[in-house]
Every structure is written in structure tokens, then in C-alpha cells.
Write a protein that binds this ligand. Structure first.
Ligand code: RB5
Length: 147
């Protein structure tokens, strides 16, 4: 498992899951950069998706976990930056494939869609799985340089 810094951010729809996952990762000895939120007050998820993008762009973290109610809005927000490859994941297969094929650097989960045990499992796989490269590298390069 990567020992790099993992950034985590959420909106109010996934605050409880964010707190759970942060504690889980820290207990495993991983370094977690918490970009908010700090409570369940209603916020706008794009701000937290953008905060994640900046943390990755600035080298403050190498991987990220983004959470909102569905995982959808915050993944759309983060993916507006070409430095981000954020994958919305609902199961362990998606968690593996987003690394093997897409070299995803951010995993997105829905706090209202997934329970804490499955979220932990998805994150463990996301952190432990290597990018396959090869033909997938060409495709990822095209994501980095959109026409
Ligand atoms: C907030 O109610 C909710 O819309 C947000 O967390 C997310 O699901 C948006 O995609």
C-alpha cells in the first residue's frame, strides 16, 4: 500500500463517511490530508472537488478520496482539472479497474450509496493496485491532453 499522502474531502452528504475513513486510514499509519468539510452544514461540493484538484496539482498529496452524497457531483467537479482522474466507484471491481486501466488518482464514493465496510475495501484496493500501463497509457495520455 502507498505510504504517500492521501487527501480526503467531502460535502455534507458524506461527512460521517469521511470521518470514518480518515480514522481508518490514520489507524493504518497512512498520512491523511483532510480538506474538509468539518461538520454537516450544507456546502457546495464543487469547492471540495476543486480543493482536491489543487492539492494534487500542488503536490500536497499523491492520491485522493472524494465523497459526496452520490459521489457524482464531486467527481464531475474534480475531473474538470486534467491533473485529476477521478473515478466514481461502487464496488471492488471498479476500485481495481480504475487503477489498472485508468490510472485514477482519486476515488469517489457516495456517502448515501455505500457502507463503511465496502468503502474501506474499495479504498484498500484503490491504494494497493498498480496501473497496467501498455495500451492503457496511450489512452490516459489522451485524457491528459484533450483535443
Ligand atoms: C447534496 O445534497 C448532494 O446533492 C451532493 O452530496 C451530491 O450527491 C451531488 O452530486
Amino acid at each position: 500500500m502507498s505510504t504517500d499522502t492521501i487527501a480526503i474531502a467531502c460535502d455534507h452528504g458524506a461527512f460521517d463517511l469521511k470521518q470514518h475513513l480518515k480514522g481508518y486510514l490514520e489507524e493504518k499509519g497512512l498520512t491523511v490530508l483532510d480538506l474538509g468539510v468539518t461538520n454537516t452544514d450544507s456546502v457546495d461540493y464543487p469547492e471540495y472537488g476543486y480543493a482536491m484538484a489543487h492539492a494534487l496539482k500542488d503536490g500536497k498529496a499523491q492520491r485522493g478520496i472524494l465523497l459526496c452524497g452520490s459521489g457524482i457531483g464531486i467527481s464531475i467537479a474534480a475531473n474538470r482539472y486534467t491533473e485529476v482522474r477521478a473515478a466514481l466507484v461502487h464496488d471492488v471491481t471498479g476500485a481495481r479497474l480504475c487503477r489498472e486501466h485508468n490510472d485514477a488518482n482519486v476515488i469517489c464514493l457516495g456517502g448515501r450509496m455505500i457502507g463503511p465496510d465496502l468503502a474501506e475495501e474499495c479504498i484498500n484496493i484503490f491504494l494497493a493496485t498498480d496501473f497496467e500501463g501498455g495500451r492503457h497509457q496511450r489512452r490516459v495520455d489522451k485524457l491528459t491532453n484533450p483535443t
